[in-house]
Ligand binder design. Structure first.
Ligand SMILES: [Fe+2]
Length: 342
């Protein structure tokens, strides 16, 4: 009888051992494709013994796969860029609630929700050509001012289908209301120097080539270009362009995030939480910021010099909650189309 009992306990013990061995991993579905992220995940494995498996791909494709696989999905964490995209993923019911005191303390309220949190920040700034724009032009310049006749045929920006632009307009709706935003959009679109085309870097190139005097694009792109990783020509062009942080005398510059959530059917929920908490640690934040030129989510992290040179003390919009970017998304897109923004 005793022998039987002992065998039984050994059997149970083996099962526990096996399951802990199995759970020493976390599966990350990510649309961020940075070499440096892989190095970071290796640090996490060394610190915790939890192996990080990465499935990378385009955000919408990953999201579709997670939904289709449903309960059999192996995905633990979904990482992507733009609060509007994260909000849209949450709207489809893919995340579970994140309960973490660590995350609540480290991430400012406006950059997190109950189901997904910001990891890094990016500003949507105004790029300008100093040969075409004076310091007087830039004084207190806000997004709202860009609808003024003064900027006629001077602005470059990418198409309205771009999520960064939709999120920017959503944040303006959140602050000014739909009606005022619609009026603003009509003036803003009239000021475009050309049909919207290309990505964010293409707008910076347009300003360097004097095809436009100013452009609206994300902050880290200028640093990517200056780093030389996109070739000598783009590096040279980026040197001709400067950065202005809009809305300094009111709510602050529009901030967006890259962020993460734990998936509803995550097989390794605890590891997923530990992984996201690790991403918000000082070590991880410093690593990310060094390599991607984004702004850190937490305090006490040094900016990459390539981005710091444009100013580190600017006022960021810390009052507009980033989940409003999804809440106002369909309205934003609707009025962008009405305004004639291609
Ligand atoms: Fe980007």
């Amino acid at each position: 009888m005793l022998k039987k009992k002992a065998f039984f306990f050994i059997f149970i013990f083996q099962i526990i051992l096996q399951s802990t061995a199995l759970s020493k991993e976390v599966n990350i579905f990510t649309s961020r494709h940075y070499e440096s992220d892989i190095k970071l995940y290796e640090i996490f494995r060394k610190n915790t013994g939890i192996k990080v498996n990465i499935i990378s791909g385009e955000a919408k494709a990953l999201e579709k796969r997670i939904i289709e696989e449903g309960k059999s999905s192996k995905a633990d964490v979904f990482i992507t860029v733009d609060a509007g995209a994260l909000g849209s993923a949450h709207d489809k019911g893919i995340f579970q609630e994140i309960k973490s005191k660590t995350l609540e303390t480290s991430i400012p309220k406006n950059f997190r929700t109950s189901h997904w949190v910001g990891i890094t920040k990016r500003a949507r700034v105004i790029y300008y050509n100093p040969e075409k724009v004076t310091s007087e032009d830039l004084k207190n310049l806000s997004y709202e001012d860009l609808s003024s006749e003064k900027w006629k045929n001077r602005i470059a920006i990418r198409p309205s289908s771009n999520i960064y632009n939709i999120s920017l307009v959503s944040s303006i709706i959140e602050n000014q209301g739909v009606e005022k935003t619609e009026i603003w959009l009509k003036g803003f679109v009239k000021n475009f120097s050309r049909e919207p085309m290309g990505d964010d870097r293409a707008q910076i190139l347009a300003v360097a080539a004097k095809e436009a005097d100013i452009a609206v694009a994300n902050s880290y792109y200028i640093a990517i270009m200056l780093s030389g990783e996109k070739g000598e020509e783009q590096k040279k062009a980026a040197k001709k362009v400067k950065v202005h942080f809009p809305n300094q005398n009111n709510r602050g510059t529009h901030m967006n995030i890259s962020g993460a959530g734990i998936l509803k059917n995550a097989p390794n929920k605890e590891n997923a939480r530990k992984f996201i908490e690790f991403l918000l640690s000082k070590e991880a934040q410093q690593h990310i910021v060094n390599n991607t030129y984004e702004y850190p989510m937490i305090k006490g992290v040094k900016l990459n010099p390539l981005i710091e040179q444009f100013g580190s003390e600017f006022k960021q919009d810390m009052t507009t909650k980033v989940d409003s970017y999804f809440k106002n998304q369909s309205k934003a897109l609707e009025i962008m189309k009405i305004s004639g923004w291609r």
